[in-house]
Design a protein around this ligand. Structure first.
Ligand code: DAH
Length: 339
């Protein structure tokens, strides 16, 4: 093997490397020239048959050609790989506007579903929607609702205090006061939203939802209140459910009552949801205490009224037979999809 032959191998290899159009092609060419039985390797093997004095010079030449070819290969490989990545990127352009093959639009949260259903029912009785701030002045959350500072009734509501004069509202009843202050009777309003209490177990959440109703008119009686709530409960839970009013105490109503409905699961026979009583408590109600009208500067007895407040999660639990209130804020889609 002469230097001329070696140069021939080199120029053949360089040509082959430049001609390769894919990196696989290029690799095949590398095997042809530099692989185990490639042309250059064969040349090296032939060294054995050379006269002793020619071996070092020939060996040096072979090694030079080998390293030149390896460098040429590395460069060619780099440029082919770049070309391949570029063309792959061009071909794989993503059209982000294309619709996906399957779409999961999610579901309305049961708390919203129940709230909206209740609005729907109350709207038919002429009620319209109000909201209020989540951080309330102590005055609106307590005082104007006839719960003076240090009154034991404050213990009924485990309050989160924001500062000395502000609280996270413990109920939606302050919405009544805002409405009485800012609007002119006659009024039929529904207030709703988040409320907060220092309480957390299988049937209590520190942040839950209430729905509040208030009717102010010239002659309002306990039977108007009972009729309204009975209608609402039947519409919401379905016909056949009974309502029951138990005398109770709320500082902002007089007289006051707690509302129970017959258990929709066992139809009043007794089950674990109703703790074997056949009845489930859904909220409080009563005729608006004249002291509340006095705070809000509404003329009494020209204007009289009733009010009620229900827990939204509680209504959902009863309607759907959910056994743990903590499932509502957990937002597990497997739970939410069932409604
Ligand atoms: N605010 C009361 C509570 O959270 C519920 C309530 C009772 C609201 C009587 C009312 C009402 O409007 O008249 O426990």
């Amino acid at each position: 093997m002469s230097q001329i032959q070696l140069n021939q191998i080199k120029s053949d290899a360089l040509k082959a490397f430049t001609a390769a159009v894919t990196s696989q092609d290029l690799y095949n060419q590398k095997v042809q020239f530099l692989g185990k039985s490639g042309a250059l390797t064969e040349a090296m093997k032939m060294m054995a048959s050379l006269p002793k004095e020619e071996k070092p010079a020939f060996g040096k030449m072979v090694n030079e050609v080998k390293s030149e070819l390896e460098t040429a290969y590395d460069q060619a490989e780099l440029s082919l790989k770049n070309q391949e990545i570029n063309s792959q990127m061009l071909n794989e352009k993503l059209d982000l506007t294309l619709p996906t093959s399957s779409r999961d639009p999610g579901k309305e949260h049961p708390v919203h579903k129940v709230t909206n259903e209740i609005f729907g029912i109350m709207a038919r009785l002429g009620y319209s929607l109000r909201t209020g701030p989540l951080i309330e002045k102590d005055y609106y959350n307590f005082e104007a609702l006839n719960i003076p500072p240090n009154h034991p009734a404050r213990d009924m509501q485990d309050t989160f205090f924001v500062d000395e004069t502000h609280v996270l509202r413990t109920h939606t009843s302050p919405i009544q006061i805002h409405s009485l202050e800012n609007e002119k009777p006659p009024l039929r309003i529904i207030g709703t939203g988040s409320v907060f209490r220092v309480d957390s177990d299988i049937s209590h959440l520190p942040n839950f939802h209430q729905i509040e109703g208030m009717c102010v008119d010239e002659k309002v009686s306990m039977s108007d209140l009972k009729g309204t709530i009975t209608f609402f409960v039947r519409e919401f839970f379905g016909p056949g459910l009974k309502t029951r009013f138990r005398p109770s105490f709320f500082p902002f109503t007089e007289p006051s009552a707690e509302v129970d409905c017959s258990c929709p699961i066992c139809k009043g026979k007794g089950c674990s949801l109703c703790k074997q009583t056949g009845w489930i408590e859904i909220g409080g109600c009563g005729l608006i205490n004249p002291k509340v009208f006095q705070f809000a500067k509404v003329e009494y007895p020209k204007w009289q009224g009733f009010a009620f407040g229900f827990g939204v999660e509680r209504m959902a639990i009863i309607k759907y037979g959910v056994d743990d209130i903590r499932l509502f804020p957990a937002n597990d889609v497997r739970f939410l999809k069932q409604f």
